[in-house]
Design a protein around this ligand. Structure first.
Ligand code: MLT
Length: 411
């Protein structure tokens, strides 16, 4: 029999979101007819905006005629989409990029996992705690870790606890690492990093020959001026950082699938013999071999996000979700429930009432209020005692959910 990858067996539980679905399905089968309000997984609920749909349809129509039909596209994505992203999303931030530094993909979840292909297994990794579980689990899967200890920390990973005491901001790793995952605006805590804080990380990475994997999937939800939307707003970041972005939450593409990864030419790693080689060259090679690009109609739809009319419509939806975030945050805070985030991110990170464990609160919220959220401990041991609510719901549902939580646990 073929030997399997037993690193997978080190993973302690099923992936967080399917586990939540399993519990919710169990509840709904036992309680048919009970309506559940879903504020768990950060999945959007508003449809694609009209400008994006128009371009999507036009892209499909192009596929119907010989002259405009598109077969295999470039593995890196069409350069017209990369150029649009550079012009509309990066230039306004003062960031200059070349199209060959922008790789269009089917989403930043896949990219933030697949990027490990271009790093040696010996690289030491630092990860925030709590954090988007993909970073941790994919490092376990590739065999970079030993087993998990009784707290859920895997041997070989350097964890950077993000707690109430440090404002949910990771501190520099206590030991030398090669790869540092940063996610701002943060999933799950909803906190952001200032320019000074990001500069600190860029300076640290350059001084320590580390690469920052910067997940900016939620940058479009920043509402406060002065908060960086890209790590490349910081001088020197092109020499030490890879950035992931997504159309999923920004433009409702969770079911459409489109994201991008920026791998600057200036970012180099070393070979076994100490020679410097650009990571861009390796990522390009990886994508050419393992990926056949995002479909043409999807890339047409993605480009329309950045048309003037498209962006105005997309922004309206983002504002709607951030309106939900404000309702959740203010409603809970007024009722004496401690919570964070929800100002520059679509997530609210609340302290469970009465010191309940995250999963106990999940079960109570589901059974007694018929509301689904995400247990903080599912994002890492330091998330224990916290709970994440997503702002991507329907307004009336969000108001009802807040009212039920406040009635039950408000002071
Ligand atoms: C989340 O809820 O954390 C996200 O929706 C998960 C994802 O983007 O893959």
């Amino acid at each position: 029999m073929a030997r399997l990858n037993d690193n997978y067996l080190k993973l302690q539980a099923g992936y967080l979101f399917p586990e939540i679905s399993r519990r919710v399905n169990e509840f709904t089968s036992a309680n048919p007819g009970v309506e559940i309000i879903r504020l768990g997984i950060g999945d959007v609920t508003k449809p694609l905006v009209p400008e994006v749909l128009k371009a999507f349809h036009a892209g499909v129509d192009d596929m119907a005629a010989e002259q405009s039909f598109h077969g295999y596209g470039p593995e890196q994505g069409y350069s017209w989409l990369a150029q649009t992203i550079i012009d509309k999303a990066y230039k306004p931030l003062g960031v200059e990029l070349e199209t060959s530094e922008v790789f269009i993909s089917d989403g930043s979840k896949c990219d933030s996992a697949n990027i490990l292909d271009i790093f040696d297994l010996s690289c030491k990794v630092a990860i925030g705690d709590p954090v988007y579980p993909v970073y941790n689990d994919t490092n376990v899967m590739v065999g970079r870790t030993g087993a998990a200890d009784e707290n859920g920390y895997y041997e070989g990973i350097v964890y950077m606890p993000c707690t109430e005491e440090n404002g949910f901001t990771p501190q520099f790793p206590a030991e030398k690492v090669d790869i540092i995952y940063l996610c701002f605006p943060n999933n799950p805590t909803g906190t952001v990093a200032s320019k000074e804080q990001l500069k600190g990380w860029v300076d640290y990475a350059r001084a320590n020959d580390a690469v920052i994997l910067f997940d900016a999937a939620y940058e479009a939800f920043i509402t406060e001026a002065g908060i960086p939307h890209s790590i490349y707003e910081i001088d020197g970041a092109k020499e030490c950082a890879i950035e992931f972005r997504s159309f999923s939450k920004t433009a409702g593409f969770t079911g459409v699938r489109c994201g991008l990864t920026v791998v600057p030419h200036a970012l180099a790693g070393t070979t076994a013999s100490g020679e410097k080689v650009s990571f861009n060259q390796l990522w390009n090679r990886r994508q050419c071999t393992k990926f056949n690009g995002v479909s043409y109609p999807v890339q047409k739809a993605a480009a329309a996000v950045y048309s003037d009319a498209g962006w105005a419509q997309v922004k309206e939806v983002i504002d709607y979700y951030m309106g939900n975030a404000a309702i959740i945050r203010k409603g809970l805070q007024a009722a004496g429930i401690t919570c964070y985030g929800g100002v520059n991110a679509p997530y609210i990170w609340l302290k469970t009432p009465g010191g309940m464990t995250s999963w106990d609160f999940f079960d109570k919220l589901l059974n007694e209020c018929h509301v689904v959220g995400t247990p903080g401990s599912g994002f890492g041991p330091s998330g224990e005692g916290y709970f994440r609510l997503s702002a991507f719901g329907d307004r009336a549902n969000v108001e009802t959910a807040v009212q039920r939580i406040v009635e039950k646990w408000g002071k």
